[in-house]
Write a protein of this length. Structure first.
Length: 350
């Protein structure tokens, strides 16, 4: 397993990160524990979760994934073996995260409540990387078609970025949080966080967790330069396009227990262009004799702006295939063939 430096910290994280969002919904506690055992045995030291998980978000399962990780820590007494990342939700109309029933936003009170809740569920007294799951401000992007600009108004009660960083500074000074990061953020937002931190002596963001896959390479437009020049590496999620790039949904297939079969929440991958792109990438993998999952993950893994690729699996066989992508060599010829498809079907699933 390769290890890469997390931002400008002294932490070296595995270049494959174990994603956890299915635990407590598609996976049982025992299955989550088995996945963590297997990941640790194969050299993964980096786990990612969120107060929102399991997915899809709903009151009945919020925080359940963190609880499963917490019972694993307690059972194994191995908290020191894992670099742990979790997230606080951004602004939304979801009102089941806070005890008073408020819609979620990044106020000081809500962040403090969120971090204490995560620590309790995770059965730990510190979080290595605390991430903002999505912005507090109105922005085209997460939850919308990010390639189509939407006119947005600044909310009258929008929580300023420097105010959010001031709360994060409190958490770092208290020892509850070691480092901070972003998720589902724009290049402007990322740079604003960097600038405010530098200008005010506040904690610096060390990573950004955004979607990145063969069918969604938008991070390369703006985000990659921020990652390079500011040492804010990408934690790439959905690099299998929520399962589409495995080929399992081709020709209308609906595998038992698969996310699309259960939840029907994958509309962004069901456009005409998206389906053609997925077919082209899967056909290329078949021609080259490569598992399509391995090819898709290895492409993300080989990008110079990526710190770690977050994988998610619902069984140990899938997990083993996903982890093996770290050892696959992305040759110039394979990359050339991938780019040819990309130029034909450019970012069809943002």
């Amino acid at each position: 397993m390769e290890f890469r430096r997390l931002g400008r910290t002294d932490l070296n994280v595995s270049s494959i990160c174990l994603g956890t969002m299915t635990w407590g919904e598609q996976n049982t506690e025992a299955e989550g524990h088995a996945q963590m055992d297997a990941a640790l045995e194969q050299g993964i030291n980096f786990f990612d979760t969120a107060e929102l998980y399991a997915v899809p978000p709903k009151p009945q399962t919020k925080g359940r994934t963190e609880e499963i990780i917490g019972t694993w820590f307690k059972k194994n007494s191995n908290r020191d073996k894992v670099i742990l990342a979790t997230k606080v939700v951004g602004r939304s109309g979801m009102n089941w995260f806070r005890e008073d029933g408020s819609d979620s936003q990044l106020t000081r009170a809500q962040i403090m409540e969120a971090v204490d809740g995560s620590l309790k569920r995770l059965q730990t007294d510190y979080i290595d990387l605390y991430q903002i799951h999505w912005p507090d401000r109105n922005v085209s992007g997460f939850g919308s078609v990010s390639t189509i600009w939407q006119s947005v108004d600044c909310a009258a009660d929008e929580n300023a970025i420097h105010e959010t960083l001031e709360v994060m500074q409190e958490l770092v000074k208290s020892g509850k949080v070691r480092h901070i990061g972003l998720s589902n953020e724009s290049p402007w937002g990322s740079m604003k966080f960097v600038q405010e931190a530098e200008a005010r002596g506040l904690p610096r963001i060390q990573s950004i967790q955004n979607a990145y896959s063969l069918v969604n390479r938008l991070f390369e437009v703006g985000g990659a330069e921020v990652a390079h020049r500011e040492d804010v590496g990408l934690l790439a999620y959905s690099s299998l396009a929520q399962g589409y790039l495995t080929g399992k949904y081709r020709n209308g297939a609906l595998p038992v227990g698969a996310r699309k079969t259960l939840f029907q929440r994958l509309a962004r991958y069901e456009t005409e262009g998206g389906q053609k792109a997925v077919d082209a990438y899967c056909d290329l993998a078949a021609e080259l004799g490569i598992d399509p999952s391995v090819m898709a993950l290895a492409f993300a893994h080989s990008r110079s702006f990526v710190t770690s690729v977050i994988i998610g699996a619902t069984n140990l066989d899938q997990l083993a295939i996903d982890i093996s992508a770290a050892d696959f060599e992305m040759t110039e010829e394979i990359e050339k063939r991938i780019n040819e498809i990309h130029l034909q079907y450019t970012n069809p699933c943002p």
